[in-house]
Design a protein around this ligand. Sequence first.
Ligand SMILES: [Zn+2]
Ligand SMILES: [Zn+2]
Length: 238
Amino acid sequence: MRDDFTQKTKLTLQHRVGNCCSNPECRRKTTGPNSDYTKASSIGVACHITAASMNGPRYDSDLFPEDRKSVLNGIWLCESCAKMIDVDVVRYPVELLYGWKHQAEAIAKYEYEGQDVPLELLYSGYNCPYCETFVKEGITFCKGCHADICYGLTPKEKGETAKSWGMVGLGSCMVLFMFVPEFLNGIFGFSIQSFFGNAFFSLGFTAVLSFLLMIFMPEHEHKKRLKENPRFFKARSY
Ligand SMILES: [Zn+2]
Ligand SMILES: [Zn+2]
């Protein structure tokens, strides 16, 4: 048995989000004119957040049938997003869909009241710690206070990272070529020469290793830092 939405519930879901798809990445209008000028076309679907029947996507056996077909368990989507959420329930869990729904309703409320929709509802981004202005993801300065926004490492930090990894290269090669032979000789009575008897090779090896570390490690740390929130700097303080 399926706990389908009534026509009234479907309409309520559609109107609560101003007839837009509730996926924040999509947001398309779900109705429009048909070429038959006596008709309108619709691609909107009232979807179940937890499935209408057993074995359906995100089915919750704890719900009563009334809950399952109530407005609370529905989300308005375009046909393509409706399909998308049902073929991959791991990627589109219940909590995410509730989040979409609340966001879509919040946006629709501003639009319905004739107000500007706050940017933070429409885009992902960050609030400036100095002036609280919302900054869209990817933008590199704050419109409110002209703070610079740095994603990843600053140029100065990159320089310093390169320097310290260069030192690591030099230091570890010194240990390898000078102290390791001495250490082995001391313990096992070997007679290995410093630089393993080949200073030219050792110096070349040291140079190449240090150079590679200086090139790749700053990039690696930059990429690692990119996964965190960007930092805001006042007036070129970096
Ligand atoms: Zn959509
Ligand atoms: Zn600011």
